[in-house]
Design a protein. Structure first.
Lengths: 112, 116
């Protein structure tokens, strides 16, 4: 069956450290993968996308890697801040027609 | 630029009742999505429109759910009759593109539905 897996357990880290979140998938060959942030009571907000032919993408304190052999994406937040606390979702375009499947998300808690 | 608007924000109904949700996408966005997000899970795509045509509705429970996007702008999602397991947040999203390519989705705040 088709799956997108993210750590269901919350990730607790200290302010200033690097947070690393994982997104694993099976049975897909996505053209690209996206990461979203979702705060309680709000809709997801787009953060970054990475294409299948890209290994790494950066935006300010955010970095995404994409390994199509391992079928895995890693999402890093460097110098984390309490304001980074949220749920982070990965989404795959499985159809090349912008049909997205989302993972269940990982809750990040950054402690001051 | 105004974001994606949804209403109502909250709705409480009894099982077997009907409910409708409304979405107004970002102006000029051709593609509109409806997602269902159950507590603790990621959004699940229910239906995808491109302009006023359906691109994908393979995960829409068609015996009770329906959606339309008249004139290729606003959209409504209806549940009739509602079941307890329909309790969730219903998210509307839109994206600019009309075909293929890389698209970024912009989400509305969602409608939180509780079925008693």
């Amino acid at each position: 069956s088709q799956k997108i897996e993210q750590n269901s357990e919350a990730l607790n880290i200290q302010e200033g450290k690097t947070a690393t979140l994982t997104c694993n998938y099976t049975n897909y060959s996505p053209a690209y993968l996206q990461w979203y942030r979702q705060d309680p009571g709000r809709g997801p907000v787009f953060l970054l996308l990475i294409r299948e032919n890209e290994k790494e993408k950066r935006k300010e304190r955010l970095k995404v890697t994409f390994d199509t052999t391992l079928k895995q994406s890693l999402f890093h937040i460097t110098a984390s801040q309490p304001a980074d606390s949220a749920t982070y979702l990965c989404a795959l375009d499985i159809s090349n027609f912008n049909k997205f499947y989302f993972g269940s998300g990982t809750k990040l808690n950054v402690k001051p | 630029e105004a974001g994606v608007a949804q209403s109502p924000r909250y709705k409480i109904i009894e099982k077997r009742q009907s409910v409708a949700f409304w979405c107004n996408p970002i102006s000029g966005h051709a593609t509109l999505y409806w997602y269902q997000q159950i507590l603790g899970q990621g959004p699940k795509l229910l239906i995808q429109f491109q302009n006023n045509g359906v691109v994908d509705d393979s995960q829409l429970p068609k015996d009770r759910f329906s959606a339309e996007r008249l004139k290729g702008v606003d959209s409504t999602l209806k549940i009739q009759p509602a079941k307890l397991e329909d309790s969730a947040v219903y998210l509307c999203a839109s994206s600019r593109g009309t075909s293929g390519g890389v698209q970024t989705q912009y989400f509305g705040p969602g409608t939180r539905l509780l079925v008693l």
